[in-house]
Design a binder for this molecule. Sequence first.
Ligand code: 8YV
Length: 335
Amino acid sequence: MQQRPAILVARAIFPEVLERLRQHFEVSYNGHDEDWSPDELIRRLQGKVGVLTTGSQRIDATLLRACPQLRIVANMAVGFNNFDVAAMTAAGVVGTNTPDVLTETTADFGFALLLAAARRMVESEHFLRAGRWDRWAYDLFAGQDVHGSTLGILGMGRIGQGIARRGAHGFRMRVIYHNRSRLDPTTEAECRATYVSKEELLRQADHLVLVLPYTPQNHHAIGAAELAMMKPTATLVNIARGGIVDDAALAQALRDRRIAAAGLDVFEGEPKVHPDLLTVPNVVLTPHIASATLATRLAMANLAADNLIAFFTRGEALTPVNAPQPQAGAPRAAT
Ligand code: 8YV
């Protein structure tokens, strides 16, 4: 009998997905919610031709050099800033992500954070739980309207478009966006979104949602200078990646009320959170859960598994992020 390909699942995942993988592969498994160190990951990858990762395992040239048998890395995430794509392509290793299956769930959460921050839901809930609510007041936790306001979106991929549709159609918002490239006119019309410069976006948005991928060029794309351009009544929401926002500058801007509120699901250096953010009241903080419904996380895990299965059975991954030579199916040159 032909030996089944050996793969590694680098983090705990749904048992039913693990079971599916076991029908196709010899599976080694990190059953914990903790990442192995880079050295340990390399050690565990010896002899493995595929790996299922989440967004926090770095796949770089050092790892690729040390794991010459590796041919595919299937990320259980739409973002793949943990991949050095150029190094993977050069090494002949395919990377895959999980687009589409999380779009609507993540857009829902972005909107939830926007509403929670703009309407001060968490701050007021803490106040109530602390037993401090003893009277009605005309301005008690008065926030900012969401309906009918101007929604700004930085990064207009699938999730950005999901946020735009919710804002335009559900909340009758005027939607403006900035992106590396302008959307085609049909998609712009569907989203009722108008393309503006980044500076116009910052100046005009009542609520600004960040949905752009993390790249070194986007590092601190929102820092003190950008925050200073925003309206003092504005809300900032980050469901993209930590490092896009300068968290220290944001904490200062929130403390000084240079902007009104923020909702953050991602943080630079997470799961650590900048201590200054923990002490400002006008920010809603969540632990990177925008895609976290059981149905969506299961769909993400299944898509990552399907990528591994398709690659080894049909020679082609379903949602690759690169197209290395030699093509899928051919062995990598021994290094
Ligand atoms: C993941 C995400 O949960 O898909 C992404 O890019 O940020 C989240 O949905 C996280 O990256 C873990 O893989």
